[in-house]
Design a binder for this molecule. Structure first.
Ligand SMILES: O=C(O)CCC(=O)C(=O)O
Ligand SMILES: [Fe+2]
Length: 281
């Protein structure tokens, strides 16, 4: 049995930055998840990005495999990956495509579908990547304030230097579900970076488990809010904050319906010297 969760909604454009930072702090302590609105990524762009994503995943497998994942960039086929190593399933029934940072020397490691096959694919993904990156940078500023640090803390210590943001397109075909079986499109996991920003096509499936050490696990549905991004704290931020901010366990259940989503995960090459880098109590 699952229940729907009412996650806090954070307005990125609110002029009252201190009160927004306070709400972010509470959301990260209570849930490790929240909705982000007025983030500057237009609904039309989100729509176009999903449109292009669908075009790629609709290609023949042999064409997709020409861009098979190398150096964490490119295509991963259906069931090739499993996010929960303790799961007994043979692989998560989803396919994905990774795009690494667009700036700096590592940007040339990205793989792209050819312009002849998908002429507007690369430009759309690059634009989406840039726009979410910009929202993410503003959000990380507020997260610093939420931790009682200076707003530019993460920037100053280099946590926002390249390589930092990976975009991942996801496609859950849905049809592998048999009626008497619970199937995870993405098995239970927490994200490993600082924060993740997620957009979905509105098809349900995302669930969170707030108490990861309790058994049996209680899973709660995270409904989509049109136009909002869903943000979650990753393991790196959980460790830096001495577990004050939660990196919450989550998964995607398959309802039998096809589903598309996209995440941008903010990583950092920084190793703060200890697990309570900011003196969080
Ligand atoms: O597809 C989703 O809604 C979430 C995917 C996810 O959690 C992940 O890829 O880390
Ligand atoms: Fe995740």
């Amino acid at each position: 049995m699952t229940e729907a969760l009412q996650l806090p909604v954070i307005d990125l454009s609110s002029p009252d930055r201190l009160s927004t930072a306070k709400s972010i702090r509470q959301a990260c302590i209570d849930y490790g998840f929240f909705y982000l609105v007025n983030h500057g990524v237009e609904e039309e762009l989100i729509y176009q990005m999903f449109n292009e994503s669908k075009k790629f995943f609709s290609l023949q497998l042999e064409d997709k495999m020409k861009l098979a994942r190398k150096e964490h960039r490119g295509y991963t086929a259906l069931c090739d990956e499993i996010l929960d190593p303790s799961s007994t399933s043979e692989g998560d029934p989803k396919e994905s495509f990774y795009i690494g940072p667009l700036e700096g020397t590592l940007s040339s490691m990205n793989q792209w579908p050819s312009l002849e096959i998908l002429p507007t694919w690369r430009s759309t993904m690059e634009y989406y990547h840039q726009k979410v990156l910009s929202a993410g940078r503003r959000l990380i500023h507020l997260i610093a304030l939420a931790l009682n640090l200076n707003g530019d803390f993460f920037q100053k210590v280099g946590a926002l230097d390249a390589p930092m943001a990976f975009l991942r397109l996801l496609h859950y075909p849905g049809e592998l579900v048999s009626s008497n079986q619970e199937v995870c499109g993405a098995s239970a996991h927490s994200d490993y970076g600082m924060i993740t920003l997620l957009a979905t096509d509105g098809v349900p499936g995302l669930q969170v488990c707030r108490e990861k050490f309790n058994q049996p696990r209680l899973w709660e549905d995270v409904p989509n809010i049109k136009g909002a991004l869903i943000v979650n704290i990753g393991d790196m931020m959980e460790r830096w904050t001495n577990c004050l901010f939660r990196s919450t366990l989550h998964r995607v259940m398959s309802s039998g319906q096809e589903r598309y989503s996209v995440i941008i995960c903010f990583l950092s090459h920084l190793c703060f010297p200890h697990s309570n880098a900011f003196g969080c109590k």
